[in-house]
Design a protein around this ligand. Structure first.
Ligand SMILES: Cc1ncc(COP(=O)(O)O)c(C=O)c1O
Length: 403
């Protein structure tokens, strides 16, 4: 007879959380009760009707039918690495193809960089709110996240003095997400320069998450590295957002030309060897994406700008709610003034159970639970968004009245 005792799992799993996916379990339960759920929890444009550029789909399909189904070199195929290097160099961040790695999305790049940089007990500065993969990976490798404040009163810009006050001899890196998920903020050049100065003077690497760099409503944001080509910068991006191919898991990282970064580059390449390569056929789309027609981005940005305006206008009209207008991305992080004793998760779960609208509580991104923040993904069509925000308004009025 076999034992019924559960097989224990490693302790590190208990510290690993990813609210964006975790909350889906509750949404499924709501669906089983017969309520339709609006999934505004995950930043994927495809389910909302946005299309991967057909030319890129063709390239990948052709790669597969032509037999490119082999393992490719672990840092990526040469044309993809060259295209990434050219793209960043032309935008003012000079990068050599040998300092580019093609990764399974930005996500794998983030994991490689943090794993190569931080020992257990080391610290990494992450924004509050943050994209939760950073804190999840840090939990897995036993390193500590030090949250620096970003201020909703100043358009969610980083509080540089607070950030600097958190630096200790064990701090290794500074994570910068610009344009930002979950707030939709874009940092002005003055703030970017301040952050570069802080990192440089404390010997920190900047992990520049530029996955939304092409999705600012006023046009693409210059790479951070263009402000300081010799700075200690590792930059990340992917095909997921600006090229509308999140399921392909195809991204890249680029290591700045400073020799200070040579050991880090070698360490990331060594770790990347262990996974053989990132998905092969999709890598053939990188050069055509970066060198080809980008007209889809113009239309996508305009669609996002319109949805961002509707989001800020309608949410700010709800009594007890305020929302900083996003300047990029498809996210906003409104805040509701909660009754004493209530958390953002209480609010988000009640909203889900009553209306079927699924958002993610701000504490899933590192914000204090009593701040009442929650993230909305506003990729749905404008008319649908108007209906959703109407429902959120009615629900919130009732929630605040009866709580
Ligand atoms: C700030 C940020 N970084 C990284 C990622 C991961 O993206 P990818 O699909 O390129 O792995 C996301 C996805 O939402 C994100 O918002």
């Amino acid at each position: 007879m076999s034992s019924t005792t559960s097989i224990p799992v490693a302790n590190r799993v208990h510290n690993f959380t990813y609210a964006i996916r975790n909350i889906v379990a509750e949404a499924r339960a709501v669906e089983r009760r017969g309520l339709k759920v609006d999934y505004l929890n995950i930043g994927d444009p495809i389910p909302f009707g946005f299309k991967t550029p057909p030319a890129l789909v063709e390239v990948v399909a052709r790669a597969m039918t032509d037999g490119a189904n082999n393992y490719v070199p672990s840092p990526g195929i040469t044309p993809a690495r060259e295209a990434v290097a050219t793209e960043w160099s032309q935008r003012g961040f000079p990068v050599d193809p040998d300092r580019v790695l093609i990764t399974a999305g930005t996500s794998e790049g983030i994991e490689l960089a943090l794993t190569a940089l931080a020992n257990p007990g080391d610290g990494v500065l992450v924004p509050m709110p943050t994209y939760p993969l950073y804190t999840a990976v840090l939990a897995k490798i036993g390193a500590d996240a030090a949250y620096y404040r970003t201020d909703p009163g100043r358009g969610w810009l980083p509080d540089v003095d607070h950030l600097e006050s958190l630096i200790t001899p064990r701090t290794r890196a500074l994570v910068l997400i610009d344009p930002n998920n979950p707030t939709g903020a874009v940092y002005p050049e003055s703030v970017r320069r301040q952050l570069l100065r802080v990192a440089d003077s404390h010997g920190l690497v900047i992990l520049a998450d530029e996955v939304y760099g092409d999705l600012a409503y006023d046009g693409a944001v210059p790479p951070l590295g263009s402000l300081d080509p010799d700075g200690p910068i590792v930059a990340f991006s992917s095909l997921s957002k600006a090229y509308l191919a999140p399921g392909w898991r195809t991204g890249w990282l680029a290591v700045g030309r400073s020799p200070r970064l040579d050991d880090l580059l070698a360490a990331m390449k060594k770790l990347a060897d262990g996974r053989l390569c990132s998905p092969g056929p999709m890598q053939y789309a990188v050069a055509p994406a970066l060198n080809g027609d980008r007209s889809h981005q113009v239309a996508f940005r305009a669609a996002l700008a319109e949805r961002g305006r509707i989001t800020a206008t309608m949410l700010n009209a709800i009594p007890g709610m305020r929302c900083v207008a996003p300047k990029a991305t498809f996210y906003a992080l409104p805040m509701v003034t909660l009754p004493p004793g209530r958390t953002d998760e209480d609010y988000v779960l009640a909203l889900l159970r009553q209306t079927g609208i699924l958002c993610v509580h701000g504490s899933g991104f590192g914000v204090a639970p009593d701040a009442g923040s929650f993230r909305i993904v506003f990729l749905a069509a404008p008319q649908e968004l108007q209906k959703i925000y109407g429902d959120i308004g009615a629900f919130t009025a009732e929630y605040l009245r009866t709580a």
